[in-house]
Design a protein around this ligand. Structure first.
Ligand code: TRP
Length: 336
C-alpha cells in the first residue's frame, strides 16, 4: 500500500485567468487541508514549445505568485518548479526507454499540438507524457487532480508504472495513480463562445477574466458576456445546448461552491441581466483580492525565488531517495 500523496503540475503562464483558478488552483487549495500535496510549475514541459527565455522565467514566478495569492500554503505543501529537481528529467529518460513509440503516437494531445506537420514537432512534445509520468512517479504520488484533457496522460502513467513494475520484477514499486477529477474542477469556457475553453491565447480579452482584472473591467466583461434570449431555466435539462448560459451558471456555482441545481433554484425564470450582476459581485469578491495579492507578490521577486528554492529542497529530498532505488532496480551505477 502506498501512502496517499497528491501531485499536480501546472504549466507556467503569465496572466492567469478564471479558468486556471476554478479549473485547478481552487481545488489545490481545498486539497491542502486533507492530504500531503506537491504542486509543481512544469517549466520543462513548457519548452516542448518554443519559449522566450525571459518570459519563461517571469511566467514561472507569476504562476507561483498566483498559487500563493489564491491561498496555497507554502509551509504545508511542497511548491516548486520542475527544472530545480533534476530527478524529474532523469526518471523521464528511463521512462523514454520503458514506454513504447506506439503509446506516444496515440496521445490526442500530441496529435492536436503537433498539427499537420508532425515531422516538425519537437521530440520533446512527443515524449511529453513520459516526463509527466516521471513528475508523478518520482514522488510515488497516488492521486493526481487534473482536468478531463489530461486523463489520457494519466492512463499512460499507469501503463508505464505497470510495465516498469513488471519488467523489473518489482511488483507494487510504483503506485497505480488515480485521477482526481472532481466536479469542483470546473471547465470554464470563453465568455464569447461557450464551446471553447477560456484561454489566454484567444484574441479578445473580453473572452476571459484575468486574475489581475479590476472590478470595473470584470463588471464590463460579464455584462458583455454572450448569452441567449431565454430566461434562466428552472431545470438542469433547460441548459441543454445553451453553452454560454450553462458556462455562466457553472462559474457562479463553482465560485460559490454550490451545485448548479441550486443556482437554478435561486435564479430560474429570471433574466440574465439580474443574474449577471450577482455573478459579477461573486467574481469580484473572489478574484480582486487574489489579483491585488499577485501584484503585490510580484514586486518581491526575491521572496518568490526563496519559496521556490525551499520547495525544491523539500521535493529533492523525496525525489533523490526514490531515484536511488530506481537506479538500483534498473542496474544503473550512480556514484554521487
Ligand atoms: N500536462 C499537464 C497540463 O498540461 C501539466 C502537467 C505536467 C501535470 N506534469 C504533470 C499535471 C503531472 C499533473 C501531474 O495540464
Amino acid at each position: 500500500m502506498h501512502k496517499k500523496r497528491i501531485f499536480s503540475g501546472v504549466q507556467p503562464t503569465g496572466n492567469l485567468h478564471l479558468g486556471n483558478y476554478l479549473g485547478a488552483i481552487q481545488n489545490f487549495v481545498n486539497l491542502q487541508n486533507k492530504f500531503e500535496c506537491i504542486y509543481c510549475v512544469v517549466d520543462l514541459h513548457a519548452i516542448t514549445n518554443r519559449q522566450n527565455p525571459k518570459e519563461l522565467k517571469s511566467n514561472t514566478l507569476e504562476t507561483i505568485a498566483s498559487f500563493i495569492a489564491s491561498g496555497l500554503n507554502v509551509e504545508k505543501n511542497i511548491i516548486f518548479n520542475q527544472a530545480s529537481v533534476s530527478a524529474h528529467s532523469e526518471l523521464a529518460w528511463i521512462f523514454n526507454c520503458v514506454a513504447r513509440i506506439g503509446w506516444m503516437n496515440r496521445m490526442t494531445q500530441f496529435k492536436e499540438k503537433a498539427g499537420k506537420n508532425k515531422e516538425n514537432a519537437s521530440v520533446g512534445l512527443l515524449v511529453y507524457p513520459n516526463l509527466m509520468a516521471a513528475d508523478i512517479l518520482i514522488y510515488k504520488a497516488t492521486h493526481v487532480p487534473v482536468g478531463e484533457d489530461q486523463k489520457q496522460h494519466l492512463e499512460l502513467t499507469r501503463d508505464i508504472a505497470k510495465k516498469f513494475n513488471n519488467d523489473f520484477n518489482c511488483q507494487d514499486f510504483f503506485p497505480i495513480v488515480e485521477p482526481l477529477i472532481s466536479n469542483e474542477m470546473a471547465r470554464v469556457m470563453s465568455l464569447r463562445d461557450g464551446k471553447k475553453k477560456m484561454s489566454k491565447s484567444e484574441d479578445s480579452d473580453f473572452s476571459r477574466i484575468n486574475l489581475k482584472d479590476g472590478k470595473d473591467l470584470i463588471d464590463q466583461k460579464i455584462r458583455k458576456a454572450k448569452t441567449d434570449n431565454d430566461p434562466i431555466p428552472e431545470q438542469l435539462s433547460g441548459l441543454k445546448n445553451r453553452y454560454e448560459a450553462a458556462n455562466l451558471i457553472s462559474i457562479y456555482a463553482s465560485i460559490n461552491n454550490i451545485e448548479v441545481s441550486k443556482v437554478l433554484d435561486e435564479f430560474g425564470g429570471k433574466n440574465f441581466s439580474t443574474f449577471k450582476s450577482k455573478l459579477s459581485e461573486s467574481v469580484v469578491e473572489k478574484i480582486c483580492p487574489i489579483g491585488n495579492e499577485i501584484t503585490k507578490l510580484l514586486k518581491d521577486k526575491s521572496y518568490l525565488n526563496g519559496i521556490l528554492e525551499k520547495g525544491a529542497k523539500k521535493a529533492e529530498l523525496i525525489a533523490k531517495n526514490n531515484l536511488k532505488e530506481i537506479y538500483n532496480i534498473v542496474g544503473l551505477t550512480k556514484y554521487i
